[in-house]
Design a protein around this ligand. Sequence first.
Ligand code: HEM
Length: 420
Amino acid sequence: MATTQDVTARSTGCPVDHHGYQPFDQHDPFPAYAELRREAPVMFDERIGYWVVTRYDDIKAVFADWETFSSENAQKPVRERGPQARKIMEDGGFTAYSGLSARVPPEHTRIREIVQREFTPRRYKTLEPFIRANVDVLLDKLLARPDRRADLFRDLAYDVPTITILTLLGADVGQIDTYKRWSDSRAAMTWGDLSDEEQVPHAHNLVEYWQECLALVARAHEEGGDDLISDLVRDQQDGAEITDHEIASIAYSLLFAGHETTTTLIANSLRVLLAHGDQWQALVEDPKRIKAAIEEVLRYSPSIVGWRRRALKDAEIGGVAIPAGADVLLLMGSANRDEAHFADGETFDIDRPNAREHLAFGYGIHYCLGNMLAKLQARIVLEQVVARAPQLTLEDPDAIGYRENLSFRIPLAVPVTWEA
Ligand code: HEM
C-alpha cells in the first residue's frame, strides 16, 4: 500500500493543486467536485488537515464502516477555538456535547434507541395540520405584499421548521430569532473559518444557547408537558438509561439540526425548482410529483455538502492509504452528482429513477433521525406554494450568494416577484 506522502503527491498531482476546491466557499463548488472525482478522488487538503473524498462509492463505504471510521470528529471545530472564546465558554459553564452525531457505540446506540422512539409516525401525523396551518399564515402575509416581491428564504423557509421544532421541544416559539442567532453561531463556530476575534460574540451565543437547553430539561422535570424533552424525562423516570446532561445535549442538537438544514431544504426546493421552470410547471399540474422532486433537490443541492469521520486505524479509501488518526471529509455534495452512480448527474431531473439513493442524510448508523420530518415540511410548503402561488418568478439565480462554511451550503436569499 502507498504511504501517506506518496499518496498525497499522487492524488493531488502537486501539493498545491486543489483542483479549484475552496473548502469554505459554497458559491458553486460543483465544477471543483467534478474535477476532484476525476483527478484526485481522495485528496489530502493541508489547508484544513482533512482527506477530502468525492466519489459516491467511497463515501458510502466510509459511512458504512463505523468501526474503522468514527464520527467522533463530526462536531469538532474546524478551526481551533481561540483563547478568548474558550474562556467565555468555560466561565459560562458550557459543557454541551453532541446529542448523537459525534457519539460512538455503545453510547450512541443506547441514546439513539431511546430518542428514536420519540420520532414516530403518530407524531408526524399530529404535526401535519399544524405545519400546514403555519405555512398558510406565512403565505397569506407574503402574498399580501403590495410590491409583489419577497425573499422565500427569510419570509417562508426561515420560520416554518423553526416553529415546528420549537413546538416539538417545548421551547418558546416567540424566540425564533434568538434560536436562529444561536444556530448561526453554532454553524460558524464549528464549521466556519473564524479568527479568534470573530469567535467572541458567537462564544457568548453558545453559552446562552446551552444554558437554555439545561433550563428546558429542568422545566420538564418540574412541570412536564406535551413535548419531546418532557417525554425523554418521563422515559428516564421510567427507567430509560439517559442522563439529564444527555437530554440537554439532545435539545442542543435538535434545536439546531431540527431547523437549520430544513430551512435550507425548503429554500433550495423553491430556488432550484423555480430556476427549472418546466419542472416547476410539472408540479403545478401534478402535485403528486412533489415527493420525488424533493428527493431530487436533496440529491442535486443538499443542505449539508460535507460531513466528517476519523480513521481509528490504518485504512484505505478507494485504494488510497489513510493513516490511523486521520480526519476525513466526505463531500456528499459531490457523491450526489457522481456520474458513476447518477447518470447525467449534473442535470436536475425530478423524474430521475434513483434520486432517493442520494447521501444528503448520510448513511449507516448515524443516518439522519429527522429525515422524515424534513421531507414532510418541504412537501407541505411545496404543496401550498404550487397551489397558491404558481406564478412566482425567481430573480437571477446566479446572483444568489451562499454563506461561507465547510459543511453547510446555505443560500443567503431566494428573491422572487409575482404578477397580480
Ligand atoms: C434537510 C434536512 C436535513 C438534512 C440534510 C440532514 C442531514 C443530516 C446528516 C448528513 C446527518 C449525519 C448522518 C451521518 O453521519 O451518517 C444527520 C444526522 C442527524 N440529524 Fe439530520 N438532517 C436534516 C434534518 C434533520 C431534522 C429535521 C432533525 C430533527 C428533527 C435532524 C436530526 C438529526 C440527528 C439527531 C442526527 C444524528 C443521528 C445520529 O448520529 O444517530 N435532522 N442529519
